[in-house]
Design a protein around this ligand. Structure first.
Ligand SMILES: Cc1cc2nc3c(=O)[nH]c(=O)nc-3n(C[C@H](O)[C@H](O)[C@H](O)COP(=O)(O)O)c2cc1C
Length: 188
């Protein structure tokens, strides 16, 4: 296990620069190497979702593993969208979004919406709250109204309140360290 740390010199200069900048921008500050940081974050195994919304240019989707459940009462979930994404405006502006939690047999769907957010051809779809495209066959589907948007570094965190949901049966699709997987077994 290799440890990577910002040195105390770098941290001191980072802290004084943050004070100078009034915490507004970290553009010129010392930072972790992106690849190393991504490697560490990526060790966390997640499920996979496809998030969909209606937009001015029609239906849009994106593969996202930043999804997390937050609260049961009220029923809140979150996911985050990269500011660099060409799909950013469509999702940042959408009041309603559907989160599809993918099953082990839906790797193709994940790949499709990783590459292209506009291609719904051949998918079984229907229309949900706010005209949001709902894709058939997910392990669970949460139709959400976005109740809060939080600026967070190079991502925007979208917090949604669940307005409708459906749950199916099956095993989840898993993602860790850049690889798709399925669970071999649950321990007890
Ligand atoms: C497993 C996986 C998880 C991802 N999770 C997110 C996510 O949570 N948020 C996000 O903005 N992009 C995420 N992406 C990237 C998007 O799916 C998509 O590839 C990216 O937005 C492509 O750039 P574009 O929107 O400019 O076409 C993820 C990609 C993969 C393969």
């Amino acid at each position: 296990m290799e440890r990577v740390a910002l040195t105390s010199d770098l941290l001191m200069s980072r802290n004084s620069m943050l004070a100078d900048a009034g915490n507004r921008s970290s553009a010129a500050l010392p930072r972790f190497d992106r690849k190393t940081l991504r490697g560490a974050f990526g060790r966390f195994a997640t499920g996979l979702t496809v998030v969909t919304a209606a937009s001015e240019d029609g239906p849009v989707g994106i593969t996202a593993n930043s999804f997390s459940s937050v609260s049961l009462d009220p029923p809140l979930v979150l996911w985050s969208i990269a500011r660099s994404s060409r799909r950013f405006a469509a999702f940042a502006d959408a009041s309603f979004q559907a989160i599809h939690i993918l099953g082990a047999d839906q790797m193709d769907l994940s790949r499709r919406f990783f590459h292209d957010g506009r291609d719904f051809t051949g998918l079984g779809t229907s229309s949900g709250i706010g005209d949001v495209p709902l894709i058939d066959g997910a392990l669970a589907r949460l139709e959400c109204e976005i109740v809060r948007r939080v600026d967070c570094g190079d991502h925007l965190v979208l917090i949604g309140e669940v307005r409708a949901m459906e749950t199916g049966d099956g095993e989840p699709l898993v993602f860790s360290a850049g690889r798709y997987g399925i669970l071999a077994a649950f321990v007890t």
